[in-house]
Write a protein that binds this ligand. Structure first.
Ligand code: ATP
Ligand code: MG
Length: 291
């Protein structure tokens, strides 16, 4: 290990000691094996649903090159996380405000840069992004499809991971392949399924059950289902209108599904008191290649 890595390690150790989390920010990564299964639409509307229940939510778009949460909500980010990592922007510069006061950060190449960060950049990043710790109840990270080094690191660093899939056989096998790679690396990863575009609730549950059984039998892990979202033509219409479906079609099928999962989530968390590690721990774990 070189001097730079040594300095970074001692900074991580020092800021760990200083850390007194203001509140428990839950960091959730939303991912999928197959692309185009509805991750970005789910992330955005789930964020809005949580915001409508009084939660403060920040979305980080980690889909390098193809990020489109901004397009879905009709907001144009001027700066990205990459500018912050280069120390050319502050948190305020990169934080966009969307509908229902949700906040949004475009990742740009920032999450890739995180894997190769220099100590002085890391210090600045901790100082800036660390402020989210006192602000956000939830940080939702929307990723691109598939499992590259950056997405794997995000998954391993998060409190929770939602794997989105549709009932199509290819989406099911790709989701299973992703789950297998993740739990092989880190068996304790907290994974939950989001079944999207189901034609009916029983079809969605059947899809979830297929994955649950093979994951239990061949990988020895429990993969519970967070929710089933029904296929709803309003989703495509809302994408065309650049207005999230929860706002454009609040009484539509997809919006009802989001409403259900948000209230279950809020109630469930109180009951189960799931642990969260917060924003700073997330950042530490994200750069742990150096540690
Ligand atoms: N519940 C739904 N009902 C009907 N159509 C849907 C639903 N969810 C998503 N779609 C359709 O799927 C398209 C892709 O959704 P989205 O962009 O959210 O997927 P993604 O997983 O983020 O894709 P990528 O892997 O490219 O990032 C949407 O534009 C919409 O047309
Ligand atoms: Mg997407």
């Amino acid at each position: 290990m070189n001097d730079q890595a040594e300095r970074l390690r001692s900074m991580v150790a020092q800021s760990r000691q200083e850390e007194t989390p203001a509140k428990n920010t839950r960091v959730i990564t939303i991912t999928s094996g197959k692309g185009g299964v509805g991750k970005s639409n789910f992330t955005l509307n789930y964020a809005l649903g949580l915001a409508q229940q009084g939660k403060r939510v920040v979305i980080l778009d980690a889909d390098v090159g193809f990020g489109n949460i901004d397009v879905l909500m009709g907001v144009t980010p001027k700066k990205t996380l990459a500018d912050l990592i280069r120390k050319e922007a502050t948190l305020k510069d990169i934080l966009e405000t969307g509908p229902s006061d949700i906040k949004f950060i475009a990742g740009g190449s920032g999450f890739q840069d995180l894997l190769d960060i220099k100590p002085e950049q890391y210090e600045y990043l901790l100082e800036q992004l660390g402020e989210l710790q006192g602000y956000a109840d939830y940080v939702l990270i929307d990723t691109g499809a598939g499992l590259n080094a950056q997405t794997l690191q995000l998954i391993l660093a998060s409190d929770d991971v939602y794997v989105v899939l549709t009932p199509e056989p290819t989406a099911i096998t790709d989701a299973y392949a992703l789950i297998k790679m993740v739990v092989t690396r880190e068996p304790g990863t907290r994974l939950q399924l989001v079944i999207n575009r189901a034609q009916s609730v029983p079809e969605g549950k059947e899809t979830a059950e297929k994955i649950r059984l093979v994951a239990e039998r061949f990988l020895g892990v429990e993969v519970p289902t967070l929710c089933v979202l029904l296929d709803d033509p309003n989703v495509t219409k809302s994408v065309r209108r650049q207005v999230p479906f929860l706002l454009a079609y609040p009484n539509g099928l997809a919006s009802m599904c989001i409403g259900n999962v948000v209230s279950a989530q809020i109630k469930g968390e109180v009951a189960r008191d799931l642990s969260t590690k917060g924003m700073k721990q997330f950042l530490h774990r994200m750069v742990r290649l150096f540690q």
